[in-house]
Design a protein around this ligand. Structure first.
Ligand code: IMP
Ligand code: MG
Length: 186
């Protein structure tokens, strides 16, 4: 029988096995780039928390773990493309090699704001790692240094990503049934 959460999923886009294999490749790539550097892995809350947990274990460098929470300012008519910090990093980033860990690169507003913020605080280097890349909706000229999977222009959930703060605990990446968006019972 399908679980409560699985009943809301139209299809599985990326399986647990695919995620595991790709996260290890990303961990290896980060290791090769930053060996000997003592990087600071910076997870962008909340969506990156599952990816972050697996990625740091897939990369056995001497490193630190920090989190930051960023949200976009929105007004009634249009997303302004600006962002604000809701929870800040608990240590200095000055002179540090930062690995920014994001769940999905969509419009690019969050990451372009965050990269500017980290540079202004004196980060020595930035390596942007995103699990998912949705290039169809990009508004800012930003690319990730490392991206796990390119996804189509559909709303995806699971492995940390939410819809209305739910589905983060699905172990795979899936597409929601339209009925869930339309707030009808599926
Ligand atoms: P941005 O548009 O690149 O600034 O992305 C902002 C944030 O929107 C991401 O970090 C995600 O938390 C969220 N987001 C964008 N697309 C999706 C999606 O398909 N599913 C779940 N969250 C998403
Ligand atoms: Mg996010």
């Amino acid at each position: 029988m399908k679980s409560e959460l699985e009943q809301d999923i139209l299809k599985v886009l990326i399986t647990e096995d695919q995620l595991k294999a790709r996260v290890q490749e990303l961990g290896d790539a980060i290791y090769d780039r930053l060996e000997g550097k003592n990087p600071l892995f910076l997870g962008v809350l909340k969506g990156s928390f599952v990816f972050m947990a697996d990625l740091v274990r897939a990369c056995q460098l001497r490193s630190n773990v920090e989190f930051i929470a960023v949200s976009s300012y929105e007004d009634a008519t249009v997303s302004s493309g600006r962002a604000k910090i809701n929870y800040d990093i608990q240590r200095s980033v000055e002179g540090r090699d930062i690995v920014v860990v994001e769940d999905i690169l969509d419009s690019g507003n969050t990451l372009s704001f965050l990269c500017g913020y980290l540079k202004s605080r004196g980060a020595a280097s930035l390596t942007v790692v995103t699990l998912l890349d949705k290039p169809a909706r990009r508004e800012k000229a930003i690319t990730a240094d490392l991206a796990g999977f390119t996804v189509p222009d559909a709303f995806v959930v699971g492995y940390g990503l939410d819809f209305a703060q739910r589905y983060r605990n699905l172990p795979y990446i899936g597409v929601l049934k339209p009925a869930v968006y339309e707030k009808k019972e599926p």
